[in-house]
Write a protein that binds this ligand. Structure first.
Ligand code: BMA
Length: 813
């Protein structure tokens, strides 16, 4: 097999729609492949940056535009018996391909690869890929199959293009088009691998790798015997002969005392190299693939118990409390993502002590880099099939595309040990119950046949090594008949009433078995705001700010959410800090609550880790990769050992969570203080928490409204205070600051002179590249804390004092 990338010499030009004159006039411009029309127009200076100000709205003409990519193709004639193919790993989305005017084919699905046979047509000639408007295509499919309910304006559910391409409640509506994944020219003879599926499992201490191969034979030498070899280095090997009549085989390698892959926090992540080769009868190498896999076993315990129906992820026999984050595409302009950006984003998840990332159904089957990086980091992956918040027609042309797409992606991803859970999609089962779809649908299909029949059947055929859930949220089949898919007592649950209506203290009203989504908004960091918000629009109600706030009544919910806690500050920067602090409090409240109920609650997947552009959203890391204050709240709440105060039957209790393999024995110090931090009363007790367990004991001291109770244990701290900050006369300026320049940045030492609540250094205010190691630190008088800031900038040390924030700021004066 000879494989050559076809990434050079591409140009592109508009080919239909209402094209602005300057774009039209520019004619053919250089095109990057893989790439997208938006990024090429941006590079050519023909469109403004869609992430800045109100530019997104100025680009809606692109929704109904058509584009042509072209390059010169000279594959050279095939040798006798040789096949020549063009393989597009991804075309976004509605494409017609021609070579010197002869049509090679048409595509309508960005979630799969497309292969075209060029054996009779190798050029030289002009290869043209024409992209038509995906929106117009979706509108016409919708007309043919009948409209189905959906949560956003455009019919994203009628075309197999990333749903959030068409805008979401945190994302822009840009609707990209382009050759978005690699293109290769492939020449082969005799035979090639059509598919290879290495499925690894663990049975006790024995690892088992089953490699399923399908081969395609070609031309003259089709009727020949072939050999398939599987090589695991020192772990073993296997080989089999495919006689001329057979095209598939399963090779098995058993590895006694196999190295075991664990999610992080439970053990190591040993990965095993697997080489798969296809050889002719004379030993000539025809095709080969290489993989890194790992041996582990994963299942979901969905057995009923006295509270309802569990959802517990069990890896290698070990029940795991899922500390997770929801993942959306990390850049709306997908082709700007590379391995480094994926690594940085996944390192955010690692630093936040996560052990799972849920790839949300409005996005993608992610890139190879994504899953490889998760394998290496021990991050479990929960993969939604890409269907979200809509009813989906089960008729063609969609059905065929779904089947092809699922087959391809399940095969492509099957070897990754991190991939732990398949899920049929996001909120489609819930939408069908709750969002008025039934009346709208009448007898039309809506996707049930996918979630309950097609998808599980394909998985039974292709995988079988990992559990499948029909959707998220879902009540398991083991739950009583007729239970609502979002019932918190049964299976997975999405908690959105808290953000939408109730306010964060109400996370405690329910004890979900597994909370797969819950989130609270805040604006991005101030440095990121400065990147997208023109200087004359620095207010929460300016048109540019609101263009980057997509949630329904988002600012209203922010204001109503913060009002009872911090009040609603009038200055823009104070308002941003109040919203960010409130988000952080919401994150702590929810996660600490969830973890305190282990093992009744077995998972907490925060919505959402990341953003795809600069926007006010639920993310803890903003669109420019800067960590919001809530990141530090998540990190503390997800730490392996965690201390919190939680109500039990209306009485405050100290809860110590120990999600490590060792017992945690510690002394607990409890102090009741004044608002300035003088200690009024103190007591101590010992607690011993077994591995992977939680201990709950009554809080021995009772604070008053203006008397915080501070609990310390083993380097952890929890503060219990029932009155909101806005009602308390906090000392507004409780800190003294000293700054030292250190290798790679600064050490910012703060000392509290009075009770200092949630001390946070907004390092990005001082330098846009600055990252601080911690935040939301509460200090008693006399205590100090050093924030470590990484930055290449040379800044005036004084500026750090101006970037410090506390909750005290919102006290009553
Ligand atoms: C959940 C997600 C997304 C959405 C988020 C915030 O329902 O599945 O659809 O962006 O809520 O509203």
């Amino acid at each position: 097999m000879d494989v050559r990338a076809l990434h050079d010499g591409w140009t592109l030009r508009p080919a239909g729609g209402e094209i602005p004159e300057e774009v039209d006039r520019a004619g053919w411009i250089p095109a990057q492949v893989p790439g997208t029309v938006h990024t090429d127009l941006l590079t050519a200076g023909l469109i403004p940056d869609p992430y800045v100000g109100e530019n997104e709205a100025a680009l809606t003409w692109m929704h109904r535009s058509a584009w042509e990519y072209r390059t010169r193709l000279d594959a050279g004639p095939p040798a006798p018996g040789e096949r020549v193919e063009l393989l597009f790993d991804g075309l976004d989305t509605v494409a017609t391909l021609t070579l010197d005017g002869t049509e090679l084919g048409r595509t309508v699905n960005m979630h799969r690869a497309h292969r075209f046979d060029l054996t009779r047509l190798t050029g030289p000639g002009e290869l043209v890929v024409r992209f038509d408007s995906a929106l117009e295509h979706a509108e016409s499919v919708e007309k043919d199959v009948g409209a189905r309910p959906r949560t956003y304006d455009h019919p994203f559910n009628a075309v197999r293009k990333m749903a959030c391409s068409f805008g979401w409640d945190w994302g822009p509506d840009l609707q990209t088009a382009g050759i978005w994944r690699p293109v290769t020219l492939r020449r082969w003879r005799t035979a090639r691998f059509a598919t290879v599926r290495p499925l690894a499992g663990l049975d006790g201490t024995t690892g088992r790798l089953r490699v399923h191969v399908d081969v395609e034979r070609s031309g003259l030498e089709a009727a020949t015997a072939l050999t398939v070899h599987v090589d695991l280095g020192r772990h073993g090997r296997a080989a089999t002969v495919l006689d001329p009549a057979s095209a598939s085989a399963v090779l098995e390698v058993e590895v006694p005392e196999a190295p075991v892959w664990w999610p992080r926090g439970y053990g190591e992540q040993p990965l095993v190299d697997v080489g798969v080769r296809l050889c002719a009868h004379d030993g000539e190498l025809l095709d080969e693939r290489s993989y890194r896999t790992g041996f582990r076993d994963v299942r979901i315990d969905d057995s009923p118990d006295e509270f309802g129906t569990r959802t517990v992820v069990v890896v290698n026999g070990q029940p795991v409390f899922v500390r997770g984050v929801n993942w959306i595409p990390r850049d709306h302009l997908l082709t700007r993502l590379d391995a480094d950006r994926y690594a940085a984003a996944l390192d955010d998840a690692v630093d936040a002590h996560c052990n799972l990332v849920r790839v949300w159904g409005g996005g993608l089957w992610e890139s190879e880099d994504f899953y490889r990086l998760c394998d290496e980091r021990g991050l479990l992956v929960w993969q939604d099939f890409p269907l979200a918040c809509a009813a989906y027609a089960e008729e063609d042309p969609l059905r065929t595309e779904f089947e092809a797409e699922v087959r391809e992606n399940v095969t492509r991803l099957s070897h990754h040990p991190s991939l732990a859970v398949w899920s049929g999609g996001n909120e489609n089962l819930q939408g069908h119950e709750d969002w008025g779809w039934k009346e709208e649908l009448g007898s039309s299909t809506w996707g049930a046949g996918y979630y309950h029949d097609l998808f599980p059947a394909l998985l039974a055929e292709l995988d079988g090594t990992r559990p499948y859930q029909p959707g998220s949220p879902v009540s398991p089949a083991t739950a009583p008949q007729g239970v609502h898919p979002n019932d918190p007592d049964h299976g997975t649950n999405h908690e959105w009433d808290v953000w939408n209506r109730l306010g964060w203290p109400h996370y405690r009203d329910r004890i979900p078995r597994f909370c797969a989504e819950f989130g609270y908004q805040a604006p991005p960091t101030l440095a990121t705001i400065a990147e997208f918000l023109p200087a004359d629009q620095r207010s929460a109600t300016s048109p540019a700010f609101l263009a980057h706030q997509k949630a329904l009544d988002g600012n209203g919910k922010l204001d109503r959410g913060m009002a009872p806690h911090t009040g609603v500050p009038s200055g823009f920067e104070d308002w941003v800090w109040a919203a960010q602090l409130n988000q952080a409090r919401a994150v702590s409240c929810a996660v600490e609550h969830h973890r305190s109920w282990w093992p009744r609650t077995a998972g907490s997947i925060y919505w959402q880790l990341d953003d795809c552009w600069p926007v006010t959203s639920w993310a803890v890391v903003d669109g420019s990769g800067r960590r919001k204050p809530a990141f530090h709240a998540l990190r503390r709440a997800f730490a392996p050992r965690m201390l919190t105060v939680q109500p039990r039957a209306g009485v405050p209790h100290v809860v110590v969570v120990n999600d490590t393999a060792q017992e945690f024995s510690t002394q607990v110090l409890v102090r009741r203080t004044t608002l300035t931090g003088e200690v009024l009363e103190r007591t101590e007790f010992d607690v011993s928490v077994p591995a992977r367990a939680v201990r709950t004991c009554p809080l021995p001291l009772v604070g008053g409204d203006g008397e915080p109770v501070v609990v310390d244990a083993g380097g952890l701290r929890a503060v219990h205070l029932e009155a909101p900050d806005k009602d308390l006369p906090w000392e507004p300026d409780p800190l003294r600051v000293g700054v030292t320049r250190v290798d790679g940045g600064y050490a910012v030492r703060v000392r509290a002179e009075s009770f200092a609540r949630d001390v946070t250094l907004l390092a990005d205010v001082v330098a846009p590249d600055a990252r601080v190691d911690d935040g939301l630190v509460t200090l008693l008088p006399g205590e100090s804390h050093t924030f470590r800031v990484r930055s290449g900038a040379v800044v005036d040390a004084e500026e750090f004092a101006g970037a410090l924030r506390t909750a005290n700021r919102f006290g009553r004066s």
